[in-house]
Design a protein around this ligand. Structure first.
Ligand SMILES: *[C@@H]1O[C@H](CO)[C@@H](O)[C@H](O)[C@H]1NC(C)=O
Ligand SMILES: *[C@@H]1O[C@H](CO)[C@@H](O)[C@H](O)[C@H]1NC(C)=O
Ligand SMILES: *[C@@H]1O[C@H](CO)[C@@H](O)[C@H](O)[C@H]1NC(C)=O
Ligand SMILES: *[C@@H]1O[C@H](CO)[C@@H](O)[C@H](O)[C@H]1NC(C)=O
Ligand SMILES: *[C@@H]1O[C@H](CO)[C@@H](O)[C@H](O)[C@H]1NC(C)=O
Length: 506
């Protein structure tokens, strides 16, 4: 079908190009991400041949090619595909071998696989990708499995004499391999090795300057992600992922947006589309706008194309500062240290302190306190983190909400230290249901949420009914508290969270 359309519309496509490119505002560019419904090997642990591995991978690459063409038709200058989108997942070290391409260090050799097909063996996938980039004149970011022979003189070299890397590659619009990144934070991927040294990968584009590269689980860690962004003062990043959603705090789109906001960067995030495995949620994010896809119902991939500004510095944050200074909610902020001075509201609420209870949320032992009134202020603490909430319910529904706090080492499916404040909708009216995965809510709440975090890295989460996203009216530090404020929401609240990562304590 794609061939017929192409054949008959060549002229049309050319005309479209001109219109679209003329329309790219100065300081903007057009990005695309593709949420791919990966065709999986039904038996990934079985040993197969390179030929049949290539057959399966080519079926996924056929879809990539269609999407590259579709994206470029809409003016895209860069397109990002998800992690594991070509070969799938759940391989063993042995069974993945036929799926791996060889890749030289991009900085040791300038290589255009499409033009120099036979320079290296076992590079069929790279060859096809390079040709896609060249033919369509688009920057292409793709994740694939790669192999790299090593010597036993290298003490990290695995016993079988080769590394297997979960790798992102970037091709320029002329098909040249310009960057490769080897995933640092593997997520129980027994087929792959952690690279012997951390990759800090960036690549340059003529339309938007530098982009950083990292993948999936990396987004939660200092190495390489935070260091990379700081080291190169990055304003853009590409992010192939295969992310299993976990509510209330780690749904893909929720955290991707929080990351773009927290670092004030543009993030191009492509996830796998497999609702059966809990994987969906991709987007093009700027610090103030999100173009997302999240769909647990259908089984189709999705191309997202959006024109976005090249993020330059501080504009967005300044807007937030001004809107905060004349906020009518200011006077309701009530902290321990200035309680005596001006805190009438607290006295009213003090007549009956709401109960405190513990509950498991995302395998962590949160301390909760429920919202009991139509409006009020509540506080809950754990270790050195105190979270407080001042709230006003716009109409009081029969839904239970609770403010939760966690300050501790998360140890299930990865080890990392979390400091979190979260206002969540509970599953039922029972306290034991607080922390459950909830996707729908009707209640709209004006609130100010804050916590005295010990880390500067706080990711602001704001998730609404039906897994849609919203932006806070104000975000930022006030003395030693990180504050998020939101008023006048148009739909029900699922989660308002401040997810802090205290990297030094991992
Ligand atoms: C892959 O493995 C995970 C966990 O081991 C499992 O939940 C999932 O169903 C597997 N996926 C496939 C496609 O086999
Ligand atoms: C590729 O593999 C063939 C067959 O094993 C070998 O003869 C050839 O030298 C290899 N080429 C390169 C560039 O390594
Ligand atoms: C292994 O070491 C030998 C001898 O030092 C060297 O010639 C060869 O290139 C090395 N191979 C790799 C894959 O590093
Ligand atoms: C959660 O923490 C509280 C306070 O430290 C403790 O009393 C409770 O037993 C813990 N719950 C679980 C399930 O570990
Ligand atoms: C946060 O506030 C609580 C209560 O005022 C205090 O005990 C705790 O030490 C504070 N934490 C930090 C890191 O300042």
């Amino acid at each position: 079908m794609a061939d017929i359309i192409l054949g008959s519309c060549c002229m049309l496509v050319l005309v479209c190009f001109q219109v679209l490119f003329a329309d790219v505002h100065r300081g903007h560019y057009i990005a695309a991400v593709y949420e791919h419904r990966v065709i999986l090997n039904p038996n990934p642990t079985a040993i197969t041949s390179r030929r049949s591995a290539l057959q399966l991978m080519n079926r996924n690459l056929d879809i990539y090619e269609e999407q590259v063409i579709a994206a470029v038709k809409q003016g895209a200058q860069i397109i990002v595909f998800p992690e594991d989108g070509i070969q799938g997942f759940n391989f063993t070290r042995t069974s993945i071998y036929p799926y791996l391409d060889f890749i030289p260090y991009p900085d040791s050799v300038t290589w255009n696989p499409c033009k120099e097909e036979y320079l290296f063996n076992d590079t069929e996938v790279l060859h096809r990708l390079s040709c896609m980039a060249l033919k369509n004149q688009v920057f292409l970011v793709v994740n694939l499995g790669t192999k790299q022979p090593c010597n036993h003189s290298d003490r990290h070299c695995p016993p079988d004499g080769r590394y297997h890397f979960n790798t992102n590659v970037v091709f320029s619009d002329s098909g040249t391999l310009i960057a490769r990144y080897r995933k640092q934070n593997l997520y129980f991927e027994r087929a792959f090795d952690t690279p012997p040294e951390v990759d800090y990968t960036v690549f340059n584009t003529p339309f938007a300057g530098k982009f950083g590269v990292f993948t999936c689980f990396d987004i939660l860690f200092y190495e390489p992600t935070v260091k990379l962004i700081k080291k190169y003062n990055l304003k853009q990043a590409v992010y192939p992922t295969a992310w299993m959603n976990q509510l209330p705090l780690l749904s893909a789109v929720e955290f991707q947006q929080a990351f773009a906001v927290a670092f004030n960067i543009n993030l191009l995030a492509a996830n796998i589309h497999r609702p059966d495995l809990g994987m969906t949620g991709s987007g093009i994010y700027t610090p103030s706008e999100s173009f997302i896809y999240y769909n647990m119902e259908n089984d189709k991939g999705k191309l997202i194309v959006a024109q976005i500004p090249i993020t330059s510095g501080h504009e967005t944050n300044n807007n937030m500062q001004t809107s905060f200074s004349n906020s009518p909610m200011d006077h309701q902020i009530c902290r321990k240290e200035d309680q005596e001075a001006h805190c009438e509201k607290a006295e009213k609420g003090a007549q009956e302190a709401p109960p405190i209870f513990h509950g498991e949320m995302m395998y962590d032992n949160f301390t909760f306190t429920p919202i009991m009134e139509a409006e009020g202020e509540i506080q809950v603490c754990s270790n050195t983190l105190c979270c407080s909430l001042s709230y006003q319910r716009l109409f009081v529904s029969k839904e239970l909400y609770a403010l939760g706090v966690f300050d501790g080492l998360h140890t299930v499916h990865g080890t990392y230290y979390v400091q979190a404040c979260a206002l969540v909708k509970c599953g039922t009216l029972d306290y034991t249901s607080c922390g459950q995965e909830v996707t729908k809510a009707t209640e709209r709440i004006d609130f100010q949420l804050q916590g005295n975090f010990s880390t500067a890295f706080v990711f602001p989460l704001l998730l609404k009914s039906g897994i849609t996203l919203d932006f806070a009216d104000y975000l930022g530090w006030e003395k030693n508290h990180y504050v998020m404020q939101k008023k006048g929401a148009s739909s029900g609240l699922i989660t308002a969270g401040l997810y802090g990562r205290w990297y030094e304590k991992d």
